[in-house]
Design a protein around this ligand. Structure first.
Ligand SMILES: [Zn+2]
Length: 124
């Protein structure tokens, strides 16, 4: 897998101190356009966001887990996405985001129950 493009939240997304409301329709419209423009070569593979404080966890919150599942479902409306990647950036030290900690997670269907999703730390 190779990531060729990543972008920030859409223009009508709302960022608050500890949460963000995404314009998912705009995000997936852009992803669909990339998929169609590339004739299926570029597929949506994941999502990234920040946890703003150096003391914040790099682990997904309960809200993150719910969003990851929903985002994976939306990505699968565009192309077959068996594994969805979630990246969480957390500022390190006093430099804020100059050298963030980057946590990578993968979301996939459970082997034992296909309705359930599993989120685990990626080995990269
Ligand atoms: Zn989060």
């Amino acid at each position: 897998m190779s990531v060729t493009e990543a972008w920030g939240p859409g223009s009508v997304s709302e960022r608050r101190r500890s949460s963000i409301s995404l314009d998912w329709d705009a995000e997936f419209s852009r992803a669909r356009q990339a998929y169609e423009r590339s004739e299926g070569t570029i597929t949506p593979v994941g999502f990234w966001h920040c946890h703003p404080e150096p003391t914040d966890s790099e682990r997904p919150s309960d809200a993150d887990l719910g969003a990851f599942g929903a985002l994976m479902e939306r990505a699968n409306e565009i192309a077959h996405v068996p594994i969805f990647v979630a990246v969480i950036a957390v500022p390190a030290g006093g430099s804020r985001f100059a050298a963030p900690r980057i946590a990578k997670w993968v979301i996939r269907r459970s082997d034992s129950c296909r309705r359930n999703l599993v989120c685990e730390r990626a080995r990269a």
